[in-house]
Design a binder for this molecule. Sequence first.
Ligand code: HEM
Length: 517
Amino acid sequence: MQTSYGLTVPLFFSCVLVLLALAWRVLNWVWFHPKKLEKQLREQGFRGNPYKIFYGDFKEISTMFKEANSKTINLSDNIVPRIIPHIHGILNKYGKKSFLWFGPKPLVLIMDSGLIKEVTQKIQVFQKPKSNPLAKFLATGVVSYEGDKWAKQRKVLNPAFHMEKLKLMLPAFDQSATDMLSKWEDMVSEKGSIEVDVWPNLQTLTSDAISRTAFGSSYEEGKRIFELQREQAEHFLEALRSVYFPGLRFLPTKRNRRMKRIAKEVDDSIREIINTRLKSTRAGERNHDDLLGLLLESNSQEIGKHGNKVGMTIQDVIEECKLFYFAGQETTSVLLVWTMILLSRFPDWQSRAREEVLQIFGSNKPDFDGLNHLKIVTMILNEVLRLYPPLSTLTRKTIEETKLGNLTLPAGVMVTMPIMTIHHDPKIWGEDVQEFKPERFAEGVSNATKGQVVFFPFGWGPRICIGQNFAMLEAKLAMAMILQRFSFELSPSYTHAPRSSITLQPQYGAHLILHKL
Ligand code: HEM
């Protein structure tokens, strides 16, 4: 027997069943599941806005960001409401035990130091939330993996970031800083001063440094690869700003085609560098001291110890190289730019830092041991990371129901640990929390934090930033070299507008007046 649609009755009923199942899944996703999670959270004393179907708090959040970014602020203003207005708003409205709706997903705030420690340590249960599928075009790598894959990758990468290996990176950092400083010296007029927006220059510095440290002698190819990665990131951010439908990335739009072409070109170029390296290693040549060389060396040692199962594939190595750029470039340039801005605002600290640098190095090139003895500069960098952490929040999602302190979090909940808010909490840091006071760190980080997880610009737990020593070494060297050659102050055209665009950037640049010393 056939229905009026020309289908047999069993087929007709099967289609109806499939459609009903689909409709149920959609309804469950946009309504029943979020409502169930909301009930579970409210029963435990969490407070937040009532769930609104599909959008949640999405509209309010985007309005808050638009408003926050439309106004500049004064230098002494609290920057938190401008950077994370949604979290600031919900805390003011509902207090510390609260949640927000990111579409149909609740985002629970974790403000307690003990709970932050627990979340960042229980990496099996609290995993990274899935990123936009287009992010795969940029890089995957250790930052996005979970479970065994993460553990394997991290184990192979770790040795490349050990202190004694980082020592080998100094010439690359030095060369990149020298290039920038020579440019500034050429620009300085007869009077010995010039106004410069240092932000793009500092970005170039850290870009060059990562191209050199990642690919060493293949720096020129590395530079080209990272230029393509930068373009790729622009396409990605543009895509994020437009409406996204599932599957959109498969359509042959102009942007998608370009992104695919870039991804292929980048992969092919890195593969070529790797193959050349592997050939020269087989021919008995010495290993290269750059990140790629160290990674290949560590990988072959792992394979030697445990066989192919524990080693990385060539594609894995390619992904890690692509990731170095995103993880290591902008974060470090952001640290440098806020350091220069804050030292411009606080010339007494600038002078103290310069005195220390001149006392240790005179006008010589800073060396590894000397950099490790820079106390004032380290205190300054830590205070900059406290006030202007390059990443404002850490986010995870629960993959199963889990205990957290005396709470029970259902599966499928996102949790966020607002680094920025905790770094600016007067209950932790005192009433002078908004002030730039590097002396807080005079006796080291654990003294300043009384051993609590309240200062975590590089994250915490097993997934703490692998590149933190790399970044600090690069920043110390760059700052030491800048302080040796220039003094600097804010230009009248400087506009204070820190903005979170993945990292914490100066929205209108960093216009400073540089004086040649
Ligand atoms: C001031 C500079 C930097 C800051 C503030 C910073 C911050 C962070 C933070 C907060 C995390 C943890 C993210 C999370 O748990 O969700 C992280 C992870 C990571 N960072 Fe950095 N980072 C910096 C520089 C670097 C550099 C220079 C590199 C490499 C060259 C790097 C490579 C990575 C990698 C690979 C991870 C993932 C680690 C894992 O998941 O096991 N970072 N970073």
